[in-house]
Design a protein around this ligand. Structure first.
Ligand code: SF4
Length: 240
């Protein structure tokens, strides 16, 4: 009996993903980047004064809008809390109040204190010198750090080339016919684009901007990404 993967009709998740990506032209991700850049101009992300502020922002932005994060960061800044040793010792109730506007404030306050504590015990400069995948593993071991938070810290705080995938990226890729999990989509971007920190930073920022201005406002009939020449489909329809 042949192995199940060779049976007619059987396709592993990886095979299915490869099949989908075969619809993507070699240059399509570059073309999309150029379209986005032309539409919005450089975004110069991440908007923060220090690496620790990037880290705090990466936690606060989970499941909320950036405008809420800005308010919370402002509160923390005014209270002098944007330093690991101060945040680690913060009174939990006051911290919750300062970040309440971001939602899930109890959970986020707890996570912020834990990550602040982590950076009081681990030197950030030394940590950020680790090879990217090793750094990723360390970050993922911190309470409350998932793929997106870890990769945002790697890219925007440690300045290492790691492509960040968020819900917006997943949605846009889905629209152009590519359905994949976090790591599959990340590998795809990293395979098809030059490994440049500035490019990865701008690309992610531009996707977020595009999603806010187009996808979030349901302007699908004006979608400028529909004009990209590719072999795939958008919303299941062949694009001309
Ligand atoms: S604007 Fe609509 S069609 Fe275009 S990427 Fe966003 S959700 Fe998809």
């Amino acid at each position: 009996m042949p192995p199940i993967s060779q049976c007619a009709g059987y396709r592993s998740e990886e095979d299915k993903f490869l099949l989908l990506t075969s619809k993507l032209g070699n240059n399509d991700l570059n073309i999309i980047y150029k379209i986005l850049l032309e539409e919005f101009g450089p975004q110069y992300w991440w908007p923060a004064e220090t690496r620790f502020e990037v880290i705090v922002g990466a936690f606060l932005t989970q499941q909320t809008k950036w405008s809420n994060v800005e308010k919370a960061i402002q509160n923390l800044k005014q209270a002098g809390m944007l330093e690991p040793h101060k945040l680690a010792k913060a009174d939990i109730k006051s911290l919750e109040e300062m970040i309440r506007c971001c939602g899930f404030y109890r959970q986020k306050a707890d996570r912020l204190k834990k990550v602040a504590h982590f950076f009081t015990e681990n030197d950030m400069d030394e940590l950020f010198k680790l090879p990217t995948e090793e750094l990723r593993k360390v970050l993922l071991s911190i309470h409350g750090v998932g793929n997106e938070t870890a990769d945002s810290i790697i890219l925007y705080a440690a300045n290492k080339p790691k492509f960040v995938i968020d819900a917006y990226t997943t949605r846009i890729m889905d629209c152009i016919g590519i359905k994949g999990n976090y790591r599959q989509l990340q590998n795809l971007f990293e395979m098809m684009l030059p490994h440049e920190v500035t490019l990865f930073k701008e690309y992610h920022a531009l996707i977020v901007e595009y999603a806010k201005v187009y996808c979030g406002k349901k302007r699908c009939n004006e979608c400028i990404l529909l004009n990209v020449s590719r072999k795939g489909t958008i919303h299941g329809q062949k694009q001309v």
